[in-house]
Design a protein around this ligand. Structure first.
Ligand code: HEC
Length: 259
């Protein structure tokens, strides 16, 4: 058989050094059981990759991912979530055995074992068989890992209403702010109320204060000091003059929003 033409770097981690001579036989010595890396194997890989990529592009075009607005450090109601491909790691930390005193297990040991096990791949089922049933340990571990990742991602993502979340945190186009930051009442709003009622009074942990606010100036001043319903009292601490300016600010912002 003619050797030495074309590329023939055929590495096979499942064949131990003792079993073959140091110089592996040319792949053409195994007709039908192996193939040239270039172009045969690479072309197949490339085709599979291209099909996947085009499918993924179509999916993204059909269902564009809802993007959220810029991170807002003043919004205490916002619960940050990792991107979908990290949700399973995030979900893991909700289990008791992987949080609290055991947090090291959750952030280091369990993911470490999971990903570290990949290093075992060359040593598991290293017989010559290539079919899944000839490699039960490797395939079993892979399926177990896959199932856990899918399950954890699902449990984490299912309860979230992603559309609503994106709607609530959608980017505010610049220049559309209704808030007059030079208003004398803005400072008090910013320190005492913004964390719950939002930078644009659009709401957050508390309800929106624009669009349908039916409170008079006196009522707003009263709510700021005494609270209302589930809003705790004593949110506002300052002088009476500042309190009036705060209420004026909310009423005037409402008027600006109504325009
Ligand atoms: C800790 C979060 C929080 C802060 C801080 C806060 N609020 Fe509220 N606010 C709420 C919640 C929650 C409600 C809804 C109360 C209810 O109806 O049960 C509310 C309701 C209101 C309402 C009535 C809204 C409506 O539609 O009936 C007004 C007015 C108001 N807040 C003004 C203020 C002002 C002014 C400040 C700053 C001095 C402030 N809030 C600070 C949580 C907050």
């Amino acid at each position: 058989m003619h050797k030495g033409k074309g590329m023939k770097f055929v590495g096979d981690s499942r064949i131990t050094a003792e079993r073959t001579s140091k110089v592996p036989k040319d792949y053409s010595e195994y007709p039908g059981r192996t193939e040239a890396f270039w172009p045969n194997f690479l072309l197949k890989e490339w085709l599979a990759g291209a099909v996947f990529l085009v499918g993924f592009l179509c999916l993204v075009l059909a269902h564009p991912s809802p993007l959220e607005g810029m991170a807002d450090p003043t919004d205490a109601a916002y619960i940050p979530l990792p991107d979908w491909y990290f949700l399973f790691l995030y979900e893991l930390l909700k289990y008791q055995f992987a949080s609290g005193n055991w947090i090291i297990l959750g952030i280091l040991v369990i993911p470490g074992i999971g990903f570290g096990a990949l290093f075992l791949a060359p040593f598991l089922d290293n017989g010559p068989g290539r079919r899944p049933r000839h490699r039960p340990i490797a395939v079993g571990m892979m399926l177990l890992g896959l199932a856990s990742v899918i399950w954890l991602t699902y449990t984490s993502a299912a309860p979230v209403d992603w559309e609503e979340r994106a709607e609530q945190n959608k980017p505010i186009p610049p220049g559309e702010s209704i808030v007059d930051e030079s208003h004398p009442g803005f400072a008090a709003y910013e320190t005492s109320c913004l964390s719950c009622h939002g930078g644009e009074l659009e709401g957050g942990a508390g309800p929106a204060l624009v669009g349908g606010n039916e409170h008079t100036k006196e009522e707003i001043m009263d709510i700021a000091v005494n609270g209302i319903g589930s809003m705790p009292a004593d949110q506002f601490q300052g002088t009476d003059e500042e309190l009036e300016q705060l209420a004026d600010f909310i009423i005037e912002t409402n008027e600006a929003a109504a325009e």
